[in-house]
Design a protein around this ligand. Structure first.
Ligand code: ADP
Length: 355
C-alpha cells in the first residue's frame, strides 16, 4: 500500500541540544484527517515543519506517495502549509495573497488567474478580491489563508493551529467548514492543535504526543474508550486510574488487577498494573449488583449541568473520583452530601494499562 504520507522513525534534535521529537512513526492514507494533539512544547509544530520541509530532520525519513522527500525542498513537496497567524502579506490584496504560491511555482499567468478566480469564488472571497488583507475580519483572513493553501492543489494540507486566532463562535463555524471542505476535496489534512475538542471533533485519527514522543495513534472514540498510556488516560477525557498488582489474565483479553478498592477486571494483555475507568462508565447501582465491579463511597459533591450530573464520590482513604451520570435519574437528584453510594462499572469499559 502506498501512503500519502509516511514518517519513518523521524526525529529532531535542535542545535542547542533540545530533543524536540524522537522516533515518530506514522502512516497516513489518502484523504485522511489526522490531528497532532498534545500540550505546548511536545513537538507538534516541529513535526509539521519537518513534513513541510521547513525544518531539517535529524533522523529518519519522510515519504510522500511512495517517494522519499526527506531532502526535497518545501516548494517541491506536494504539501501546502497554513500557519496560525496566517502569514498573510498585509499590504497585498486578497487576490495577490492567494496567487502567491502559484507565482512561487512559476505558474503561467492565464492558468494562475483561472485558479485564483475559482478558489476566490469557492471561498466567497470575490467581493473582497482587491481589498488589502489587513482590512478584513479574522474569519475572512482565515478563509484567505485556506484559499492560499489550497490554490496550489496540494495532495497534503498541513495546518498549524489554524483556528487559534479566532473567537470561540467563529472557531466552531470554521471547524465545520473545514471538515466539509476536507471531505469534498478528498485532500489529506494534517492538523496541529492543543485543543482536545478540536482534535477529537475534526479528525479521523489523533496522534497524541508528549515530550517529543508519540503516546498513541487512534480514532477519537478509541482514545476515549481505550487509552494506551498513563499520559493519554490523564490527558483525554476524564478518567480515574486505579493502581494495583496484576493478577494475570482471565481469558479473552480480560485481565485483573488487585487494587485497594477491590479486584478490577478489564481489557488488557496481562501483567498491567493500572485500571483506567472513564468518568461516564460509572453508574449508581444497588448494593450487591452482579457482574459489575463495585466501589463503595460517599457523595462529596454534585453539580447538575444540563443532562449530565457531575458527581464527586469519596472512596475509602479520602480519594475523590469524578463520576458522570445522567442527571435525569431520580437517585442522582435525591442523594444528599455524605450519603453512601455504590458505583458499578461494567468490566468491558475498563482498560488495563502499564504504568
Ligand atoms: P509544540 O508545537 O507541540 O508546542 P514545538 O514543536 O514548537 O512544540 O517545540 C518542541 C520543543 O522544541 C520545545 O521544547 C521547544 O522549546 C523546542 N524548540 C522549538 N523550536 C526550537 C528551535 N528553533 N530551537 C531550539 N528549540 C526549539
Amino acid at each position: 500500500m502506498v501512503y500519502d504520507l509516511e514518517l519513518i522513525s523521524v526525529g529532531k534534535t535542535y542545535s542547542d541540544g533540545t530533543v524536540a521529537v524522537s522516533d515518530f512513526d506514522l502512516k497516513v492514507e489518502k484523504g485522511e484527517f489526522v490531528a497532532f494533539l498534545g500540550p505546548s512544547g511536545c513537538g507538534k509544530s516541529t513535526t509539521l515543519r519537518m513534513i513541510a520541509g521547513f525544518e531539517d530532520i535529524t533522523n529518519g525519513e519522510v515519504m510522500m506517495m511512495g517517494r522519499n522527500v526527506t531532502h526535497v525542498p518545501p516548494e517541491k513537496r506536494p504539501t501546502s502549509m497554513i500557519f496560525q497567524n496566517y502569514a498573510l502579506f498585509p499590504h497585498m490584496s486578497v487576490r495577490e495573497n492567494v496567487a502567491f504560491g502559484l507565482d512561487v511555482k512559476g505558474t503561467p499567468k492565464a492558468e494562475r488567474d483561472r485558479k485564483v478566480d475559482r478558489i476566490l469564488d469557492m471561498f466567497d472571497l470575490e467581493p473582497f478580491a482587491d481589498r488589502k488583507a489587513d482590512k478584513l475580519s479574522g474569519g475572512q483572513r482565515q478563509r484567505i489563508a485556506l484559499a492560499r493553501g489550497l490554490v496550489v492543489e496540494p495532495e497534503i494540507l498541513l495546518l498549524d493551529e489554524p483556528l487559534g486566532a479566532l473567537d470561540a463562535n467563529l472557531r466552531r463555524i470554521i471547524q465545520n467548514e473545514l471538515k466539509l471542505l476536507q471531505r469534498e476535496l478528498g485532500i489529506t489534512f494534517v492538523f496541529v492543535t492543543h485543543a482536545q475538542s478540536e482534535a477529537l471533533g475534526l479528525s479521523d485519527r489523533v496522534v497524541v504526543m508528549s515530550n517529543g514522543v508519540v503516546e498513541q495513534i487512534s480514532p477519537p472514540r478509541e482514545l476515549y474508550r481505550r487509552p494506551a498510556t498513563p499520559f493519554v488516560a490523564d490527558f483525554i477525557g476524564s478518567n480515574t486510574v486505579f493502581e494495583g498488582t496484576p493478577k494475570g489474565t482471565a481469558g479473552s483479553g480480560f485481565g485483573q488487577i488487585d487494587t485497594p478498592y477491590g479486584i478490577m477486571t478489564g481489557l488488557g494483555q496481562g501483567n498491567e498494573t493500572l485500571a483506567v475507568v472513564p468518568a461516564e462508565a460509572f453508574r449508581i447501582v444497588p448494593l450487591g449488583t452482579p457482574n459489575e465491579i463495585l466501589l463503595h463511597g460517599t457523595l462529596a459533591d454534585r453539580q447538575l449541568v444540563g443532562a449530565v450530573g457531575h458527581l464527586k464520590i469519596r472512596l475509602p482513604g479520602d480519594r475523590d473520583i469524578a463520576v458522570e451520570v445522567s442527571a435525569d435519574r431520580p437517585e442522582v437528584r435525591t442523594l444528599t452530601p455524605g450519603a453512601p453510594v455504590t458505583l458499578g462499572v461494567d468490566p468491558a469499559s475498563v482498560t488495563l494499562i502499564h504504568a
